[in-house]
Write a protein that binds this ligand. Sequence first.
Ligand SMILES: C[S@@+](CC[C@H](N)C(=O)[O-])C[C@H]1O[C@@H](n2cnc3c(N)ncnc32)[C@H](O)[C@@H]1O
Length: 284
Amino acid sequence: MNTETVSTLIRSITERLASAGVEDAGVDARLLVRAAFDWSATEQLGMLQEQPPEDKLEILEDHVTRREAREPLQYITGSTEFYRRRFSVSETVLIPRPESEQLVTQALSFVRDREIDNPRIADICTGSGAIAISLALEMPATEIHATDISSGALGVAKQNADDLGAELVLHEGDLLDPLSGQFDVILSNPPYILSSAMSSLQAEVTREPNLALDGGHDGLNVIRPLFEGIAEKIKPTASAAFVEIDPPIEEAVMKLARGTFPHAGISFLTDLAGLTRCISIEHA
Ligand SMILES: C[S@@+](CC[C@H](N)C(=O)[O-])C[C@H]1O[C@@H](n2cnc3c(N)ncnc32)[C@H](O)[C@@H]1O
């Protein structure tokens, strides 16, 4: 690394990351430097022509080497942003994606439009807890339950809930099995990637837990029992379920949803790129 100034340091890290095939190498180089030296964006700007602090260079070298090996930036820095808040992440959880913020927005709009007082909400396959915790903080008078089959993931969700001061109940177990009673809104971002597509994922994504990604040969291994659980535990009126999916499985998911929820209004919601991102299942 060229440690003459912070600016040359960033440039040399950018070159190393770009050679390793990292997309947006310049952005990651800046973020790694900020994280290692514990600087805000403004502090980093002010230091560009200065010499970097020597005592943190070893940590930075370690982080750059990990990023060159295509470890996701968020696992290295230990956090990511979701719905305007910072969440801790580790290799035991999927890194929450901006697309999944749509589940939070949909749940908030549904509860507010229908003027449901003290709604009961469940987030199935909660991972880091980003969706459930965001809702708990946006709607404090809500009873929120979140489940995941991975104890490691629930440990991260508990830490995030404690750090952000969110009140919710975390359950370890299979899909909706740990939950009792009925819910006004059920959300889920389940594993839905076709097994056949798993080997062609971006290098960084292959570092995320298989359990969070692989949806089986048709992408529906988890969605099938998830829909059955939702059918059992969603209130029969004035309720909604929002489940994240992606385009390769949309037809199969629509067919399954029509069969499982014959009395519901079912539609797809698209993301900012215009791609199918979520199925909405509403009972009037
Ligand atoms: C795609 S990740 C979503 C994580 C989080 N909701 C998010 O959007 O960032 C799917 C999560 O489902 C969990 N999972 C997989 N199979 C499950 C099952 N049968 N029951 C409950 N959770 C499951 C995984 O451990 C993983 O945390």
